[in-house]
Design a protein around this ligand. Sequence first.
Ligand code: GLN
Length: 486
Amino acid sequence: MSIQFKSILELRAMLDTKAISAEELTKETLQLASKLEALNCFVTMNKEASIKKAIEIDQNAAKNSVLSGIPLGQKDLFCTEGLRTTCSSKILSNFIPPYSATAVSNLEAAGSITIGKTNMDEFAMGSSNETSFFGNVHNPWKKGYVPGGSSGGSAASVAAGIIPAATGTDTGGSIRQPAAHCGITGIKPTYGRVSRWGMIAFASSLDQAGPLARTAEDCAILLNIMSGHDPKDTTSLDVESHDLTQSLNKSLKGLKFGIVKEFNLGDLDTEVQKRFEDSKVLYESLGVEFVEVSLPNISASVPTYYSIAPAECSSNLSRFDGIKFGHRTEQPKDLADLYIKSRSEGFGDEVKRRILIGTYALSAGYYDAYYKKAQQVRRLIKNDFENAFNSVDLIMTPTSPNTAFGFGSKGSQNPVELYLEDLFTISANLAGLPAISIPHGTVSSLPVGLQLIGNFLREDQILNAGHIFQQHSEFHLMKPNMEDFG
Ligand code: GLN
C-alpha cells in the first residue's frame, strides 16, 4: 500500500496493524522525498538518524503513542540538535545547533521522526519561498508556481504527499498562506501557545509556530503535542491545556461567524468569491449563522506589520555578525570590515531591505513616529477584534486574495505587491489570535484556502469548525497531479 498522501491517522493505522513497520515507512518516505527532489522542498535530509530512530521504535512498538514512527518535516528555522539549521540563508548555511527547539523536542519525544528540514523564505521573510538561498520551491500543483511562503517547503512536502505533516512558523501568514496555495490545512496558534525557544527569531512579538497537515484533525493532534508552557520562553503562556481532539466533532449549530465588512470581498476574483460563498452555504447548512462585523482599523494592518516586523527583525538579526554564527568573510581588513562583509555576503536582498527599514524605524528621532505609532495602531486593531468577538464566535475570510502565482511574477519590481499577499492573514498576528486555513476548492486548477480566525486561545473552536467542514466536503482529499516532478 502506498504511503503517499496519507494522513497521520492513516499512517498510524498502517503502523498499528503492522501493514508497515516504522523502518519501512521511514525508508519509503526518504525514497519519495528523493524521487520528488525536483520540488526542492528540503534543505537538509536526516537520513541515518531517522532510520536509526525508526528501528528503535519498531523494537519498542508496545509503547507506541499516536506519533510514534510518524515522519515529519521541520521548517529550517527550528534548531535541531546536530542537524544543520540554515533558515534558508547563506549566513547560517553551515550552522549545526547544539540543542533543539522546544516545539521540535516535544514532537520528537512523542516518537515522531524528523526526516528533514524544509525549505523556506530566508529568515521567514516572504510570501512565495523565492527568497531562499537554496532556491525556489515548486508548488506541487503547478511547476514554476510558488507554494506560498515563508513555510513553502513544509506546505509543498505535505501537499506532494511525501510526509503527512510538517512544522511551520507564522509571523504574518507564513503557515496559512502556503497551506492555502498548496491545498492543505495549517493553523497559527494563539501567540504564546507554542514555545518560541529554539525557533530562530524573525519578529519576536509576532512569530508563532504551528503545524501544516492534510486535515484539521491531524493539526489538532500535532498542536496538542507542540504546545505547552515553557519556562525558557518568557512569552510562553501558562494556561491549562485541553485535548484539542476532544472537541472536533461538536455540532456547529447556533455558532455565529463574522464576515468582515471592511474586506471588500466584491473586489476579489469572481471565482475566489464564489468558493467563499459556497463555503458559507455549507456552513449555513450545518447551522451556522453569518453576521457582519466591523474591524474599522483593519486597513492599517499591512503598513503596521511592515513597520513592526522589520524593526524587530533588524534587532534580532544583529546577532549574525560573522563571529558567533555561520558565514564569515575571508581575510577581512579589520573587525568592522569583518562585520560588514560577512553580513553583506551572508544575507539576501529581502533580508537586507528589512534590516535597513527596521533600523531606520528604530533610530533615535524616528522611533516614536514609526515603531511606537505602529504599536499603538496594533492595539487599536486588537481592540477591534475584541469588540467583534463580543458578537461572533469566529471570523471567516479568504486566506489569500488569489491563488499561487508564477515564479518572478510578483514583487520583483515592487516588493509591496508581495506584501499585499498577506492582507487577510496579518491581522491575526498583530492581535495574537489563532487562525486556521483549510482548503475549499480550486480556481483554474489551483487550490484556494478559507481562513477561520478564533478568539484568544479558542483553537478548539477553529479546529472544530475546520474538522466539521472536512467531514462534509472532500477538498482536503484533493491531490495534485505531479507528473512534471518525476
Ligand atoms: N509574508 C510576510 C512577510 O514577508 C509574513 C512572513 C511570515 O509569516 N513569516 O513578512
